[in-house]
Design a protein around this ligand. Sequence first.
Ligand SMILES: NC(=O)c1ccc[n+]([C@@H]2O[C@H](COP(=O)([O-])OP(=O)(O)OC[C@H]3O[C@@H](n4cnc5c(N)ncnc54)[C@H](O)[C@@H]3O)[C@@H](O)[C@H]2O)c1
Ligand SMILES: O=C(O)[C@H](O)COP(=O)(O)O
Length: 526
Amino acid sequence: MKVLVLDGVEEEGLQALRREPDIEVDIPNKLTEDQLVGIIGEYDGMIVRSATKVNARVLEHATKLKVVGRAGVGVDNIDLAAATAKGVLVVNAPGGNTIAAAELTMAMMQSLARNIPQANATLRSGKWDKKSFMGVELRGKVLGVIGLGRIGSAVAKRAQGMEMRVVAYDPYITEENAAILGVKLLSLEEIFKQSDFITVHLPLTRESKYLLDEKAFETMKQGVRIINCARGGIIKESALYEAMKSGKVAGAALDVFEKEPNTDSPLFEFNNFIATPHLGASTQEAQLLVAVDVAEEIVAALKGEPVKNTVNIPSLSPKTMAVVSPYLSLAEKMGKFVAQLVAGRIKKIEITYDGDLANQEVSPITTAVIKGFLDTILQEMVNYVNAPLLARDRGISVVQKQAGEGSDYANLITVKAASDKEELSVSGTIFGRTDPRIVSIDGYHVDAFPEGHMLYIPHIDKPRIIGPVGNLIGAHNINISAMQVGRLKIGGKAVMLLSVDAPVPAETLAEIAKIDGVLGVKNVSL
Ligand SMILES: NC(=O)c1ccc[n+]([C@@H]2O[C@H](COP(=O)([O-])OP(=O)(O)OC[C@H]3O[C@@H](n4cnc5c(N)ncnc54)[C@H](O)[C@@H]3O)[C@@H](O)[C@H]2O)c1
Ligand SMILES: O=C(O)[C@H](O)COP(=O)(O)O
């Protein structure tokens, strides 16, 4: 397998990749988009920072690509919709650069308060000017933090250390969590009204685009100072320009811009404007940490092992992962099993969880069922990333139910598929921690190991069915390794599930179908 590493990701952090004998790591010099498009088809994985645009065109040419790793937090340079549709997993390294970004924010705040960059430049140009650089103290000032996540929280703690009063706006965190940090949550409007300094630490989304616009600046305190070390576009630069021109804003520090790279912003005309070229994550420590984290994630993804920081599928805690992992392979096989048995156009797949699974986070198991199902019927690559999307695109409704009617099993997964022709259900369980079984088909009890080749034969429960079936299969020199027969009442409908060492040829299936009392016959390969 080959992994392409771009954007100056710290090489020392890539040991996890280098240790893998089956993985080759390529670290070319900067590539243009055309050059990237030309070579991306060779790679199974790639790692980027924020410079390389992993857009729909690049992904279209990425015929082998399984995973894109972002050595950092923001994934706005990766087309997540295109990656998801193509089944390419996107992972990031969210924790590694938190302190670096928080420390840059503090440095920006202190620079704004004390005019350090401007005083430095003036002195180096030969002027000993004390009068122009009267500053303000941070002690006692109100800091408004918008976005109280990893970086916002780290900034809040540091600002409290400088005796600032910290207030925050973040609709997605609780009062209790904010209180643990000693931070009061306020409305956005109150943040604007009360803050002497405002710093933003949220992703750029449709909701957060231009959060700080003309109207927001109008509401702010006279002489407010503004910092953005998160993402360009959260602050509307033209509105900031007007607010600085009018004197409403006494100083602003931006590490990120609406367009990057940016070397000629109108904001550069203000002496109380400070800018850095997207340096938030640029510390030796942060770059090493994010490279180590993302390299480990890429190795796990390429080996098909659980991955922690997924961006385009829900991330699972290690605790949840430990619970669901043993069921993933069984669920995938049940999806394949149902896909091979059910006739007609599938409209709905319902997955019901009983027993221990009734109260667990089971969505990855549901995805595994859908993956197994679609893998059997589609040509294109199906994986955990694109399976739900592919089902939706094909008009298959997926319903997940927990705590069904209760069962005798400690854990039970039931997959019911409905097509325009019929309905069929299969139930499976895991005995102990590792022993998977199919325990019922359409309500008929069986006890089958979900592996290898099988023959499914619904029939009428009467003599001279099992013998002739065995004879016909034996005549083709195919060994039967196990047989299960389930019936609900004597002489009624029954199901037979044979484990065979090879798929049974079509002509034998036709002969079996002719046996009096056989209602159907289907090969199943898991
Ligand atoms: N300048 C840099 O080099 C640099 C470095 C690291 C991170 N970043 C950026 O900093 C930002 C924050 O990173 P993080 O690791 O703290 O992320 P995070 O996910 O831990 O925190 C983001 C917080 O923003 C909140 N939020 C989301 N939408 C919001 C909204 N509309 N209004 C208010 N709050 C909202 C979320 O609830 C969350 O608490 C990201 O955009 C990231 O890309 C920049
Ligand atoms: O989102 C991030 O992690 C930061 O913006 C860092 O970006 P960079 O890795 O390109 O410096």
